[in-house]
Design a protein around this ligand. Structure first.
Ligand SMILES: [Zn+2]
Length: 356
């Protein structure tokens, strides 16, 4: 193999690798790539605004995760406070009991010492009496001995209650410190959570503002798309053919609805011929002039339907067309605006970027 042919082979394999990478990128990006050279500029702007609105930034994702962690820690702290409050109450009760026991023991010891002093005094008196009364001296000595024994016992008890009191004071102090520091930690965390919630709300508000900007362009999008649309400007989202402009937002909407327990599907793009067929099927008085409302099922005049541009979807849920009382309609009423979709008031199932 010559050097030149080896270089050519290497270049060819590099190109092949690049093509493969490109194919992968396109597959992965799918409808998430909002821009398309074929779409009118305003349509690309709409898609770009919605893409920015609906794609969480790494900072947003991190903030949500931090909040979830903080809420978990807050719950742990609250449980700790419950436990520590109980321990604190127990420690206080133990301390109260120990204080009373110590006071009582000291009183008994003090009284015993008085008794001992009295007994010794009595002994001294009877020993000085003349003639000596041996029986009285013996009795007084016995009293001194027994009182001294009692006093020694009560001194030991007082020492024990003092030690118990000291230990109870230490336990109570520790319990108070632990409770205080945990309450402080809970308060600080609660403040941090409130701050992060405000940050999250601010980011959500920014995202909503982008969706509002997109919605303000929706009539222009419809008009521009009408002038240039070909089926090459459409793609499928979960089997539903829609305009590439709305594909990303539409997919996000279906994903989020499903996550909320509201599976949505439907029919998006239809050709002019299909629209004409639908006018016949739905019993419109004529094909091209009678208003949509004059048909058995409201059906736009061919050329006016946003379905022909892939910018409207007739939504179903569980295989049934949405009605105004359905869970799907309620979910969309609450959420669709975030994804740039509006309802045509006369048709609960019909959702489009301009509400037409
Ligand atoms: Zn429709």
């Amino acid at each position: 193999m010559t050097t030149r042919s080896a270089a050519r082979l290497a270049r060819r394999s590099r190109i092949a690798a690049a093509v493969a990478a490109l194919a992968t990128a396109v597959t992965v990006a799918g409808p998430s790539a909002p821009a398309s050279a074929a779409l009118p500029k305003v349509a690309n702007t709409w898609a770009s605004l919605m893409h920015r609105s609906l794609t969480p930034t790494p900072a947003y994702v991190a903030l949500r995760q931090r909040l979830a962690t903080q809420r978990g820690t807050l719950a742990t702290r609250a449980a700790q406070i419950t436990t520590l409050t109980a321990a604190h109450t127990t420690a206080q009760n133990t301390l109260t009991t120990a204080i009373a026991a110590d006071a009582a023991a000291r009183t008994r010891y003090a009284l015993a010492r008085e008794d001992l002093a009295t007994a010794r005094n009595t002994l001294a008196v009877v020993q000085q009496q003349r003639p000596v009364k041996a029986t009285a001296v013996a009795t007084a000595k016995t009293t001194v001995t027994s009182t001294a024994r009692t006093t020694a016992t009560l001194r030991t008890r007082a020492g024990q209650t003092a030690a118990t009191l000291k230990s109870a004071q230490a336990t109570a102090t520790t319990a108070t410190t632990s409770l205080d520091s945990t309450v402080t930690a809970w308060q600080n965390l609660n403040t941090a959570i409130a701050t992060n919630q405000q940050r999250l709300i601010a980011l959500d508000t920014e995202a909503a503002a982008l969706a509002t900007q997109a919605t303000a362009l929706s009539r222009d999008v419809v008009n521009q798309v009408r002038g240039s649309f070909t089926t090459a400007d459409s793609t499928t989202v979960y089997g539903i053919r829609v305009n590439k402009t709305i594909a990303y937002a539409f997919q996000q909407m279906l994903d989020d609805a499903k996550a909320d327990g509201v599976p949505l599907s439907g029919g998006g793009f239809r050709t002019r011929e299909s629209q004409i067929e639908l006018r016949k099927i739905n019993g419109c008085p004529d094909i091209y002039t009678a208003p949509a409302s004059s048909c058995r099922v409201p059906t736009a005049i061919p050329g006016r339907s946003l379905h022909e541009l892939g910018l409207a979807i007739d939504i179903t849920s569980g295989g049934r067309t949405l009605t105004s009382g359905s869970a799907g309609f309620k979910w969309l009423s609450a959420n669709a605006a975030r994804y740039g979709f509006q309802n045509l008031p006369s048709e609960a199932w019909h959702w489009s970027i301009s509400g037409a």
